[in-house]
Design a protein around this ligand. Sequence first.
Ligand code: RP5
Length: 169
Amino acid sequence: MTETLHSSAAPLVGVIMGSDSDWRVMSDASQALTEFGIAHEVEVVSAHRTPDKLLAYGREARARGIRVIVAGAGGAAHLPGMIAAVTALPVIGVPVPLAYLDGMDSLLSIVQMPAGIPVATVSIGGARNAGLLAARILGAADPALADRVEEYARELQAQVEEKSTRLRA
Ligand code: RP5
């Protein structure tokens, strides 16, 4: 599936995952990007099952206008690291938890990159934070977007204060 989500603008973020079964987790990244009005695409790219597609996706993403890649995979999760190996774009890895090992296998596969090829790894199942981190990265060169990120942080703060007030009532 290749799907461009949110607006008809060219996608700035590529949300990729090793299997359509990862969507139950990775949809949170897409949701966060949509909330910030960031055009993005969603694609299944498997490091092991579709290696040629992985290489083509990584090598062509920057020329297509993609600015950040969010890559999620489970188990022997080589997708984020392999994508990072063939692109200069920032890559955010999402460890997808599977039925065994509580996602520790995915986390360790993604987080332990050799020096020189970085992957910014979020928590196990932390796809929402991956989407938010992509928004922050894009916001570094887009003041209006950075303002929305700050506004979101203020909303979170207000929510915490409201809950605290309710507890005291
Ligand atoms: C990984 O294998 C995928 O990222 C997925 O998390 C896992 C299982 O894939 P399916 O067997 O559900 O397609 O490569």
